[in-house]
Write a protein that binds this ligand. Sequence first.
Ligand code: SF4
Ligand code: SF4
Length: 344
Amino acid sequence: MKEYVLDMLLGNPVSRYMLRSVRNIFLPKISDSNALAISIEVSSLCNAKCIFCNYRKNYRAKKLMSVQDFEIIARTCVGIGYENLNLTCLTGEFFTHPHATEIIRISKAVGFKHVGLFTNAIALSEHDLHSILGGDLDAMLISFPGFSKKAYEEVFGVRRYESFIASIKKLLKIHKETDSNTVIVFEPRTYLTSDEIEHSDFYLDFITGYLSDKVLVRKPIRVFDTWGGTITKDDLLPGMRLDRCSIKSIWPLKKTYLCEQILSYGILSNGDVRLCNCRCDDNVGTDKDSLLLGNLNDYTDFAEFIEKNQNKTNKIRSEFIMGKLPELCIKCPFYYPVKVLENQ
Ligand code: SF4
Ligand code: SF4
């Protein structure tokens, strides 16, 4: 019941705006800096063209990170204290990398304690799922528009529904047969309702047989953020709504909590390092990107990069707290307030 009421309130534009404004000003998430993850993107290629994402607008060059570069960067990150690795690509699909399995294996071999990623699952079946589910990957979050070919082609923009279904069948069968500990979470992004997803043939005939505390299906996301103004309501379909920025910083409530995402570094496939590996606008890949810190290739390693860019990083974060937000953050409804218990 509580969940139903919250869903209803967050689905209504006016109550959503009010609730999120109250949360953003008074109710930050409390986070431990030791829990922060480093994000390393190994591919800026994607095999989908989701209508709610700016990948299809081609703002970024397509690039794969070499396995050797990944291993060097991953080792350095563990060496400076990171324990959690996020392999989600900023705009790209992890499993378009031909060596995705090897990259996951290396992640644990170099010492990361927790490894997770988002995927659209289209290309999953092309990789060694026995190895991936064998202990090196802790969490796999699957973004999909529901178990419907029509919704797939309309929302994900590609005719790959059969590949997606083949991958899911193989994934869940191996997951069950091997009693894998990888947590698999299906996250629908769609115009479909929960009911429509849960009454689809594939859900009833196949998915329900695999649901457990390690295989979960979340409620659909039907409200989408603007990716810094690069996604508009004209990009979306009926049943999908565009989110708007809630109040973050108004006088006398001038103090603004940091966004959870600005606490994390994202290392991109071309070596660019930015704060926030979650959202970008049309300035991504250029010097105008308001969250860009620099490029890793200009430094000996990531440890030196952090040291030499500490002042720049601190300036962006402290200005954020004072209400002077980076240009992208001003336009970003994805803001999630956080209060960190201990400084990094
Ligand atoms: S949301 Fe993800 S899967 Fe969809 S186009 Fe963007 S990067 Fe690709
Ligand atoms: S406000 Fe948006 S762009 Fe800025 S750090 Fe948060 S998620 Fe990233």
